[in-house]
Design a protein around this ligand. Structure first.
Ligand code: UDX
Length: 481
């Protein structure tokens, strides 16, 4: 009798934020194209945000038509659909920490029961605190997917070392060199992730991160949405402990069918005609990502800085940019004053905007996806990190790769500096040419990594081969059920 072939089946659960969902969706499609069966799981409220009340709507219908076996389903997070998860994010994550694992457990058991002829395994975002516990219970291989830079991963992975050296929690006002982390040549304590600098260790993020990183130490495979050449020493150091694979930026993988339409959680404004009316390199694009908030004062200084700079701009001002829910966060009369040269929108197709020839710079909060998208489009950045991983990401952009400048070198933001930095990036002479030159170089590294012989493609193939071997799925050619 030949060996029985059971197809490998990934049950994938993404974190419910735009910057995590997009890489997860693309990872699902990429794995499906390597003959994996996928069950992609969204939280019910994310499905509702994407499709409204169309319950039967399916994120992957086009992929299935093209022959990929991607199933799509939802799981409840236990909250009513209308609950505001951004406004009450602490309460939300306390419950996610306490109650969600039991829901996932039940869901996994049901899914496994309903598909007895597949070899199941789990893929979840590294920030989830239940992946290895549930995988162990059901004897499943598990893959942790990290959607931020390897530098940030490494810092969180070595929390014990940071603690031993008095850098976790780390006082916000100290500037000390940290040079004891494997693979991290040197980083200043001021560039640590914001949550490492919180003196209150009981904040929700300080409950989630240590727990999640205890779990990841038992992961069978760790995937990173980064590029080996850009973070090689860190990844090599991590590889001495566990199998890590840099497979990014997955959103730009060459062989992905660009069919997913409903991946954006917000309605996109069309700015193409406006952009096409502007001269090459003359527009600054401004966005602070999908969920972080800032103060009305910061928004005002940026607005007055834009007025003084006289440059063209597109500014994404989300309705929840300022926590108060205040819809009028721009100075009175601002929109009239910038008519013709400034476009203020609630959301857009960011990659389409960044890759338009009219765009010459990106004022960004340094979310990792935004950085990758800027590099992919060859656009230098002005960095204004707000929280989480963003201060650490800024170090990579400004200090290490030299493809961006700081918006303000001290703590506070003022309109004159904003105007000066914007003007110099969009229409300044020599130093900005150097930035553009460097961003082209990093863009080349990214393009090479994604080529057929590039590191990200090779790492992905190696991951797939090692995963299939570990899953012990048998040989597809031998026999099928
Ligand atoms: C956060 C973290 O800061 C980030 O580093 C991490 O990897 C994911 O969680 P976020 O703050 O949303 O993410 O920033 P970012 O990673 O840049 O992701 C935002 C995404 O939203 C990008 O893919 C961007 O293209 C998209 N976006 C943003 C739009 O499509 N339209 C917009 O108008 C603004």
């Amino acid at each position: 009798m030949g060996e029985t072939y059971r197809k490998p089946h990934a049950i994938m659960i993404a974190l419910p934020y735009q910057g995590h969902i997009t890489p997860f969706v693309n990872l699902a499609i990429k794995l499906a194209s390597k003959s994996f069966v996928i069950t992609f799981v969204h939280l019910e409220y994310i499905h509702q945000t994407l499709f409204g009340s169309k319950n039967e709507a399916d994120l992957f219908s086009k992929e299935r038509e093209s022959g990929l076996d991607i199933r799509y389903t939802t799981i409840s997070d236990g909250f009513p659909l209308e609950f505001d998860r951004v406004l009450h994010s602490d309460e939300y994550w306390e419950c996610m920490l306490r109650d969600f694992p039991a829901r996932v457990d039940e869901f996994i058991a049901k899914t496994m029961d309903s598909e007895p002829f597949l070899t199941h395994f789990l893929i979840a975002d590294t920030f989830y605190t239940w992946l290895q516990t549930i995988a162990k219970k059901y004897n499943l291989i598990n893959v942790s997917f990290w959607t931020e830079p390897a530098l940030v991963f490494s810092l969180a992975y070595h929390l014990d070392l940071l603690k031993e050296n008095g850098h976790f929690p780390c006082k916000d006002n100290i500037d000390e060199e940290i040079n004891y982390l494997p693979g991290v040549a040197s980083i200043s304590s001021k560039d640590l992730m914001s949550f490492l600098k919180e003196t209150d260790e009981t904040t929700i993020v300080n409950k989630v991160v240590p727990k999640a990183f205890e779990q990841v130490k038992r992961a069978d495979f760790i995937l990173h949405n980064t590029i080996h050449e850009l973070e090689s020493e860190i990844l090599s150091a991590l590889n001495k402990i566990q199998p890590n694979y840099a497979i990014g930026p997955i959103n730009f993988s060459k062989n992905l069918a660009k069919t997913i339409t409903n991946k954006s959680l917000r309605a996109e404004s069309d700015c193409i005609n406006w952009l096409n009316s502007k001269s090459p390199g003359s527009v600054l694009y401004i966005s602070f990502g999908s969920f972080v908030q800032t103060s009305k004062q910061v928004i005002e200084e940026i607005a007055y800085g834009l007025l003084l700079s006289e440059v063209n701009f597109i500014w994404v001002v989300r309705s929840d940019t300022v926590g108060s829910g205040d819809a009028n966060i721009l100075p009175n009369g601002f929109e009239d004053e910038v008519k013709g040269r400034g476009l203020i929108i609630p959301w857009c197709d960011q990659i389409m905007v960044l890759s338009n020839p009219a765009v010459g710079g990106f004022l960004t909060h340094c979310g990792w996806n935004s950085i990758l998208e800027s590099v992919w489009s060859g656009i230098p950045m002005i960095c204004y990190p707000l929280s989480y991983d963003q201060p650490t990401n800024r170090k990579l952009v400004v200090d290490d790769w030299k493809i961006g400048i700081n918006l303000c070198d001290g703590g506070s933001i003022d309109r004159n500096t904003v105007a000066e930095k914007i003007k110099s990036l969009i229409s300044g002479p020599s130093s900005e040419a150097a930035l553009k030159h460097e961003v082209k170089k990093v863009n080349g590294i990214l393009e090479n990594a994604l080529g057929a012989d590039g590191s990200s493609e090779k790492n992905f193939d190696q991951f797939v081969n090692e995963l299939k071997a570990k899953l012990n799925c048998g040989n597809e050619e031998v026999s099928t059920i």
